[in-house]
Ligand binder design. Structure first.
Ligand SMILES: Cc1cc2nc3c(=O)[nH]c(=O)nc-3n(C[C@H](O)[C@H](O)[C@H](O)COP(=O)(O)O)c2cc1C
Length: 161
């Protein structure tokens, strides 16, 4: 059994790097398991204290693989589990370059908030606000300093626990 499970999806590798930076920071304090969504099975969700879930924002929400994964978790599974959600996303400067995209982002938002809602719906207790980490352009690389920011954000899940 692990104290914290981090589940992520990633297309170009940026979200994977963020998830790993979080795991590196947390494992100095507790047991952490970090898994890509395709490698998570029901037993991994058993008796965890904290669940952190992250995805690239793709068309204003999480990847369909992560969405499908969350949808097949039975109701109430996360009862008593501390949860936190994150995403990776374009910078606001890049979004503003395209007026239509900027409008759509304003209306539909990002993946992290949607993931957080799903986790709470499954019974989880949200302990840290959803957070977005920035990539350059559409595919990355990560903006400088985001790995450190991710580590700091993940550490808040311990302080709030
Ligand atoms: C098809 C596609 C749709 C995207 N949609 C959004 C979006 O709605 N909002 C946003 O901020 N970034 C969007 N992006 C940029 C992704 O968030 C970026 O590729 C992702 O953060 C990279 O993470 P990854 O390397 O883990 O895949 C999109 C990128 C692609 C390729």
């Amino acid at each position: 059994m692990k104290d914290t499970l981090i589940i992520y999806d990633s297309v170009f590798g940026n979200t994977a790097k963020i998830a790993q930076a979080m795991a590196n920071a947390l494992e100095e304090h507790l047991d952490v398991d970090v898994r890509v969504v395709g490698e998570v099975f029901p037993e991994h969700l058993d008796r965890i204290k904290t669940l952190i879930v992250g995805s690239p924002t793709r068309q204003f929400k999480e990847t369909s693989a992560l969405d499908q994964f969350l949808k097949q978790i039975p109701a109430g599974t996360l009862e008593g589990v501390h949860v936190a959600a994150f995403d990776t996303r374009m910078t606001s400067q890049d979004v503003k370059k395209n007026k239509f995209l900027a409008l759509m982002v304003k209306i539909f938002g990002y993946a992290a908030e949607k993931i957080a809602k799903q986790l709470v719906h499954l019974g989880g207790k949200e302990i840290v606000s959803p957070q977005g980490f920035f990539v350059t352009g559409m595919e990355g690389p990560l903006v400088e300093g985001e790995l450190e920011r991710a580590a700091d954000w993940a550490l808040k899940t311990i302080q709030k626990a």
